[in-house]
Design a binder for this molecule. Structure first.
Ligand code: SAH
Ligand code: TMP
Length: 409
C-alpha cells in the first residue's frame, strides 16, 4: 500500500526518513517461517498541507490484524489503571446522556477499557478486527464485533444500535490507513451532542525524544493537534479539547464533537501554539529529526559493541513492536543481544521479527540476571523500575536510547 500522496489531503508527500527493509512489528515467528518472512521498505513522510506525518508504504491491514495478533492490551497493569481512569472520565462527563448511553470503542483489543463500561451495565460495543483478542473481550463480557471500522461499518452500527454518545479509541486511529473513511463514519455514528475521545502516540514527543521506534508498520500516522484538526474539519467535527498523556512514552488525547456543539477549551489554543514553536507545522523540523535518528543509531550500535567486547551480557527487556524498528534499522541481532525477555505467552519460544533474536519467558531473565538490560519497553519504564528492584540491586544496569543513548543504573 505505497502512497506518494498524503492519505488526508491528497497532496504530494515529502519523504523525511528511510528506515530501510523492515518486517512486521508484531511478526514474531519460528525458524520454519523465516523463508516466507514478509518485509517492506519503511520510510516516513510529511505533508505540508495536512501536517500529517505518515508512512510511505504500509503492509495490508489484514497482514497485521488477524487471528494471531500478538499484542494483548491487558499485559500491562499500568494500562489497566489508565483505561479505568479514561472510562471514569467519560462516565462522569457532561457528554454522556443520563438515559441509556451508548459507548463505542474502536480497537478495543481484549476489552481492557470497555470492561469498565460493561461492569457498570452501560450499553457498549467494541469493534476489533483481530479475532483472537476480540474473543477474549467477549469472554470478559465486552460486546465486540470483528470488523475493520470504516464509514460502511458505522452505518451498519447506527441501523442496529442507534447513534453513540461517545466514540472512544486508544492507540488505534493511528493504525488505520483509510482514516478519512473512519472519520466520515465517526461523523455518522456520533449523536449531535456526542463526543469523540481518542489518544495516540504524539508526534511532539517523538520529535522531542527522538523516539523513532514509535514508527513501525502498524503506525501509519503520528498525529499532532494540527493534523487532527485538519482531518476532522473535513467532516465538520471540531477539536474541543486536548489532554496530554504519559502513556506510550507521550501521547495526546484528542476530544472532538460536531462543530459548534461545545466550546473550544484554552488547551487547544495553547497546544496549537506550542506545536508551532516546536515546528511541527514545518518540514525543516523533520530534517533535524532525521539527523537525530541517525546519531541515535550510531551511538546505540557503538555502545552495544563496546559492552560485547568486554564479555558482558545484554538482554532485551520486553519484545515490543516498537523494538522491531530499532533492531532492524540498527542491525542488532543475537550477536549483540542474547535474548529478549517477555511476559506474553504467544511471543515466548519465537524469534523477533527480521533480526531473529530469541524471545524467552520472563523467568529466564529473573533466574540469571545479565549485567545489562536494554529497555525496549521504555514507555513502561515506571512500572518496570518498580518491579525490577532486585535486578538493579544485583548490579544490573539499563540501556536506553530515549531521549539519548545511555546506560542508567
Ligand atoms: N486499544 C488497545 C489496543 C491497541 S492495539 C490499547 O490501547 O491497548 C491496536 C488495535 O487496533 C488492535 O487490537 C487492532 O486489531 C485494532 N485495529 C486495527 N485496525 C482497526 C480498524 N480498522 N478498526 C478497528 N480496530 C482496528
Ligand atoms: P508494546 O510496546 O508493543 O505495547 O508491547 C509491550 C510488550 O512488553 C508486551 O509484549 C509485554 C511486554 N512487557 C514485559 O515483558 N514486561 C513488562 O513489565 C511490561 C510492562 C511489558
Amino acid at each position: 500500500m505505497k502512497t506518494v500522496n498524503c492519505r488526508v489531503s491528497g497532496k504530494p508527500l515529502t519523504e523525511v526518513v528511510d528506515f530501510g527493509k523492515q518486517p512486521l512489528g508484531n511478526g514474531f515467528l519460528t525458524p520454519y517461517q523465516y523463508k516466507d518472512e514478509y518485509f517492506f521498505n519503511m520510510a516516513v513522510a510529511y505533508c505540508e498541507t495536512s501536517k500529517m506525518f505518515q508512512l510511505v508504504d504500509q503492509p495490508e491491514p489484514e497482514k497485521m490484524f488477524h487471528d494471531q495478533y500478538a499484542f494483548f492490551s491487558s499485559t500491562s497493569k499500568y494500562m489497566e489503571k489508565h483505561f479505568k481512569e479514561f472510562a471514569d472520565l467519560i462516565l462522569g462527563s457532561k457528554y454522556i446522556s443520563k438515559e441509556n448511553p451508548f459507548v463505542v470503542e474502536l480497537g478495543c483489543n481484549d476489552g481492557i477499557m470497555l470492561k469498565n463500561f460493561a461492569q457498570n451495565k452501560i450499553n457498549h460495543l467494541g469493534i476489533e478486527p483481530s479475532t483472537n483478542v476480540a474473543k477474549v473481550a467477549n469472554q470478559n463480557g465486552v460486546k465486540t464485533i470483528s470488523e475493520f471500522f470504516d464509514a460502511n461499518v458505522a452505518e451498519k452500527i447506527v441501523k442496529e444500535h442507534g447513534q453513540a454518545d461517545a466514540f472512544l479509541s486508544a492507540n488505534v486511529m493511528c493504525h488505520i490507513p483509510d482514516i478519512k473513511s473512519v472519520v466520515k463514519g465517526i461523523a455518522t455514528l456520533l449523536k449531535p451532542t456526542g463526543v469523540v475521545m481518542f489518544e495516540d502516540p504524539y508526534l511532539g514527543d517523538v520529535v522531542e525524544k527522538t523516539s523513532y521506534d514509535q514508527i513501525y508498520d502498524e503506525h501509519v500516522f503520528l498525529f499532532s493537534a494540527h493534523s487532527v484538526q485538519y482531518l476532522f474539519r473535513l467532516y465538520d467535527l471540531e477539536l474541543i479539547d486536548l489532554l496530554p498523556q504519559k502513556t506510550h512514552g507521550g501521547s495526546m488525547r484528542y476530544v472532538l464533537a460536531h462543530k459548534g456543539a461545545y466550546p473550544v477549551s484554552e488547551a487547544v489554543h495553547k497546544i496549537l501554539e506550542k506545536e508551532k514553536q516546536q515546528g511541527l507545522d514545518k518540514l525543516e523540523t523533520f530534517t533535524k529529526f532525521r539527523q537525530n535518528v541517525e546519531k541515535s543509531k550510531s551511538d546505540l550500535v557503538s555502545l552495544l559493541k563496546e559492552i560485547k567486547s568486554t564479555g558482558k551480557r545484554v538482554i532485551g527487556y520486553a519484545a515490543t513492536s516498537k523494538s522491531t524498528t530499532i533492531l532492524n534499522y540498527c542491525g542488532i541481532g543475537p550477536d549483540l543481544i542474547d535474548f529478549i525477555s517477555d511476559t506474553t505467552p504467544i511471543k515466548q519460544g519465537k524469534f523477533s521479527p527480521g533480526v531473529h533474536i530469541p524471545v524467552k519467558a520472563y523467568s529466564e531473565f529473573k533466574s540469571a540476571y545479565p549485567e545489562y538490560a536494554f529497555l525496549l519497553a521504555w514507555n513502561h519504564s515506571e512500572e518496570i523500575m518498580a518491579n525490577e528492584q532486585a535486578f538493579m540491586q544485583s548490579g544490573g544496569k539499563w540501556i536506553t536510547h530515549v531521549p539519548t543513548v545511555r546506560v542508567v543504573k
